[in-house]
Ligand binder design. Sequence first.
Ligand code: DAK
Length: 261
Amino acid sequence: MSTSEPVVFWEDRDAIGLLTLHRPKALNALNAEVMAGVAELLRTRTSRPDLRAVVITGSGGKAFAAGADIAAMQEFTPAQAEAFARLGQDLAMAVQACPVPVIAAVDGFALGGGCELAMCCDILIAGEKAKFGQPEVNLGVIPGFGGTQRLVRRVGMAAAMDLCLTGRIIGAQEAVAIGLASRAVEGSALDAALETAATIAAKGPVAVRLARRALYENADADLLTGLAAERSLFALCFATADQKEGMAAFLERRDPVYTGR
Ligand code: DAK
């Protein structure tokens, strides 16, 4: 691979943006350039009004991402590790701030930082060859990109401890069973992720945005606070043309034509 070849790239496919991690010879290991590149693409390529979903995938067929780049991290000083940690937090923020849903298509390895990146996404689809794990303890470090925090919130203490303390690698079915992956599919996760993105693209864009907001903004809230926020966002739907169109289309037995307003 020439050094000038981009390590991440973006393709617009109608209403969907496809973001590819592209360091196939290193199993798409995440170095600073990849992390910053993903965040940058999520910030700069997602503002077109007809975009409805983003899919993140890895190139080469063997990996989504086999983790943070071990060669790059080996000689980190604590200050460099801190700078890298900031890049990671910035990237997670860019996923959450993305105006449309972000879907991880995991074919092959999603280990360490790769697993953590996949679990930052709104929906995580595991292909039949997907393999997940937090093997940092094999290297004498701990997960540093949300692995101890997002993982425990997502799968609970028992499964998170098991993964983080043993470094054990699990397949697609187990990832679904513990709640790490949203769904396991036969064959390619990328195909299923693109189909899922197309499904989302056909829904009311404002409703998709508000549902995502209701889930994100209240994930750590107590129930009453969360229900109050949900009530307000539900009410807000009734100020939109999409709600009027969606309900009229249902009653008139036709497909809705949403305008995203
Ligand atoms: N980093 C760098 N290179 C990697 C890599 C990685 N994580 N994983 C694989 N590669 C490279 C290999 O060195 C090899 O390169 P060459 O020798 O060909 O030059 C090439 O990819 C192919 O790998 P293998 O030859 O090893 O392929 P195999 O099929 O035999 O094995 C494997 C595949 C995935 C089981 C194996 O490569 C492996 O165990 N890789 C390491 C997996 C791992 O330990 N991952 C966790 C890394 S620690 C943070 C952000 C993220 C993180 C922390 C903080 N902040 C923002 C603060 C995350 C930390 C980690 O992810």
